[in-house]
Design a protein around this ligand. Sequence first.
Ligand SMILES: Cc1ncc(C[n+]2csc(CCOP(=O)(O)OP(=O)(O)O)c2C)c(N)n1
Length: 375
Amino acid sequence: MDAELFLSLVEGLGVDFFAGVPDSLLAPLCDTLYRRYGAKHRRHVVAANEGGAVGLAAGHYIATGRPGLVYMQNSGIGNAVNPIASLLHEDIYKIPCLFVVGWRGQPGIADEPQHRFQGKITVELLELLGIETFVLKKQASPDEAGAILAQCGALLEERRCAAVVVEKGALTQSEKADYRNGHSMARERALELILGAAGTDDIFVSTTGKASRELFELREKRGEGHERDFLTVGSMGHALMIALATAMERSERTVWCIDGDGAALMHLGGLRLAAGMDCPNLIHVVLNNGAHESVGGMPVAGGTCGFAPLARSAGYRTVSCAGSEQELAQELPKLLAGQGSRFIEIEVALGSRGDLGRPTVSPQEDLASLRECLK
Ligand SMILES: Cc1ncc(C[n+]2csc(CCOP(=O)(O)OP(=O)(O)O)c2C)c(N)n1
C-alpha cells in the first residue's frame, strides 16, 4: 500500500511525531516523511540510533501526552531493547509508542546472511519485550492495514506499545525523495584511491552497507583476494571497535577502519575511545556523504557535519580532510606519514554503481581467511 495512505491511517490514531533510523524496506515511508518534513523537524527526526528514537518518542509523550511512531529496520531492535525494557515498559513509566519495523530476513524470503537470524526472531523478540506485534503483509489492502492500525490504536489508548512489522514490498510510493549533497567524488573511487595507497599487508575493517560491497568488488577488480578484509556486514556502527582491538593486538599491521558518517554517529563514543587509545597503527576513515546512502539516502542525524573537527577534539593526533580526488591523493601520503592515532574525513557523493554486487564469500569464510592471514 502507498506510504502516504499508511501515514494518514497512523495520523488518524493521533500520532503526530515520527523518529527513527532509515531502512531500505521502509524507504517509501522514510521518503514520504522526508518530503513532508525534512529530517530534523519538530514532527520528524532522524535519530542517531534506534534507542535514541525511542527516547525522542518518550520525550514527545512526556511533553504532549501523545504517542510517537518509531521506525527502524529489524536490525535496530537491539539498539532499542534497553529503552523499551527500562523506559517504556508498563513496569516502569508505561509510555505508549507505535513501532514500524522493516522485516529483513523474513523466514522463507532469501536475504543476506546478516539478516537471517534477526529475521527469524523479530516477532518473538518484540513480543518478549511486551510489544503486541502485527504483520503488514505485502498484499495487505488499505482495509487490512486500517484494521491492524485500529488494533494498534486501541493498545496506544491503554498506554501500551504496539509494533507493525512490515514485509518487503508492503509499502510503496509513486515518487522517490530527491536526496543530494553537492559532492562529486564517488565513495567507490575514494576507496579505490585508499587501496592504491595502502600497504599490501594492511588490514581493512569496513562498515555495514555499500562501502563493504564496494571494497569487496574493488578487490576483485584489482585481482586481489579478500583475506585482509573484514566486512562488518551487520552490527552497524561497530566497525571502529573491531578495527581498534585488532590494531591494538597486531601492532605490526596497519588497520584501516572504513566507516560511514551514519555508522560513526550511531555510536559516536567510539570516536573518542579510538582517538584516546592513541593506537599508531589504526587509521580511521569516515566516508562522509551526510546520508544513510546504503538504505536510500535519508540524511544522517542532525544533517551533515564536519568530522575532522570532531576527530581533532576527540584526540586523534593526525587529522586530514579531503573533498576531491586531487585532495585525497595529496592527503593520503601525509596521513600515512602521520604520528599517533590517525583520522581522515572524505566527503563523497551520494549514489553507487547500478550493478554493484554483494559479497560472494560468506561471513564465516571471510573471518576464516582473515584469521589465517593474521597467523
Ligand atoms: C542497527 C542498524 N540500524 C539500521 C541498519 C540499516 N542500515 C544499513 S546501512 C545503513 C546506512 C549506513 O549509513 P552510513 O554509515 O552513513 O553509510 P552510507 O550508506 O551512507 O555509505 C543503515 C541505516 C542496520 N544495518 N543496523
